[in-house]
Design a binder for this molecule. Structure first.
Ligand SMILES: [Zn+2]
Length: 413
């Protein structure tokens, strides 16, 4: 019986801003120098067996100052931090017995702490010091989405990450105190949808957010990868490159949709001042079997929960996770637990029968309210309205569905 209630804390959101113009040469030089410093620090850290920022500052700072005369001192300290993070990850993998070669940062990037740059939030211009007396101004592309973050004065600035074509800026805020729930939205997470009930004033109605296109995307990309693999069997390097590109695309497409689903659910909850109840998926192992695991990867559902959790904290929407044990086998009227897994429809000897997913969501709600986590809401399952399903999201509302990838056999190389 694990219930996660999230204590107030600092939330960080990283927002990507494209650059208005190509990077000036001084900034390109800084990126190269920063990467060099990170890679040198990684090698130094492995030799000296250190990875903390303090240890780097104590042991290596002086030498690095001499080796990188063109870099602002604060950037150098940040390079130590990046190297430290890389090293920690490396040591963890080493300890886990995963043979890994000495880490090396290939892509151009640099990180700067919030004292090491200035952002004009009105104009969207970054003032980045390169070294003493040398600064560059970087103009950012500012859309309406970006304005929301720039104009919100309750958000403070965190670190900045500079990449050749864009800048990532961290915005920080203290987690707002969640509102007091006046209704509840209990959702059972399934392979293709969130199904559940919306409960207000003692009455409950069925509710659905359909993300079946995620499974379709997964299936298509799986087929594509399989085809690529076959076609490029003679060239493993190209095969790897193409399949990993496929993987990234799939990832982006799915994540985009999951964000939309989460937003739709949270908008509804916020408008109705609802507490959101979902199951705690941690500790639930996917069932065995190759075909099964491929068909129903549990990743999208976990990711969807992660997004919902994070966004609800950011927006001050109460969200609770409850142990889903037996939620699909329990009768909410008489409390008896069915031995076998139910099919589409849950049926009990006492006469209660209901769509299996919605039944599960009622059980999640019961678990939450038994623990006083559903905002003190009372709901008797008998007051459930069977007729109308409110749709919070369906694929037609979202992104244009892509061309049918299963029918065209050609992949651009
Ligand atoms: Zn029953």
């Amino acid at each position: 019986m694990v219930v996660n209630q999230i204590p107030p804390r600092i939330l960080v959101k990283s927002v990507a801003f494209p650059l208005l113009a190509p990077l000036p040469s001084e900034a390109v030089f800084l990126l190269q120098d920063f990467r060099l410093a990170v890679n040198n620090a990684i090698r130094f850290g492995i030799q000296a067996r250190v990875s903390s920022r303090n240890a780097f500052n104590r042991l290596a700072y002086r030498d690095f100052r001499i080796a990188h005369p063109g870099m602002y001192a604060k950037h150098l300290v940040c390079a130590f931090e990046v190297a430290g993070a890389v090293l920690k990850n490396y040591r963890r993998r080493l300890a886990a017995g995963k043979a890994v070669s000495t880490p090396y940062v290939r892509r151009l990037m640099m990180k700067a702490e919030n004292q090491a740059y200035k952002l004009d939030r009105g104009n969207g211009v970054i003032d980045l010091p390169i070294r003493a007396g040398c600064h560059v101004n970087l103009g950012l592309v500012v859309s309406r989405y970006h304005r929301r973050y720039l104009d919100d004065q309750s958000l403070s600035l965190g670190s900045l990450t500079l990449l050749p074509d864009r800048v990532l800026i961290c915005f920080r805020r203290e987690a707002p105190k969640p509102y007091v729930a006046e209704s509840a939205l209990s959702l059972d997470t399934n392979e293709r949808s969130l199904d559940g009930i919306f409960v207000k004033d003692g009455a409950g109605a069925p509710i659905k957010a359909d993300f079946s296109d995620v499974a379709i995307i997964q299936q298509r990309h799986y087929e594509r990868r399989k085809r690529l693999h076959k076609k490029k069997a003679h060239d493993r390097r190209t095969s790897r490159r193409l399949t990993s590109r496929e993987g990234r695309r799939e990832h982006h497409r799915i994540e985009y949709r999951l964000h939309q689903v989460a937003d739709a659910v949270l908008d509804f909850a916020e408008a109705n001042h609802s507490a959101i109840i979902i199951e705690d998926l941690t500790g639930i192992r996917p069932r065995k079997g190759k075909g099964f695991n491929r068909r129903i990867s549990s990743w999208p559902r976990r990711k969807l929960h992660q997004i919902m959790e994070y966004k609800s904290q950011w927006r001050g929407i109460p969200l609770v996770k409850v142990d889903p044990r037996n939620s699909s086998r329990t009768c909410p009227i008489c409390g008896s637990i069915q031995k076998s897994r139910m099919g589409q429809v849950f049926e009990c000897e006492c006469g209660w029968s209901l769509d299996g997913h919605i039944n599960a969501s009622i059980n999640l709600l019961q678990t939450a309210s038994a623990k006083g986590l559903a905002g003190g809401l009372r709901f008797s399952p008998g007051a459930f309205q069977h007729d109308v399903v409110m749709t919070l999201y369906d694929p037609a509302m979202g992104a244009r569905s892509e061309l049918n990838g299963t029918s065209h056999g050609r992949v651009a190389v």
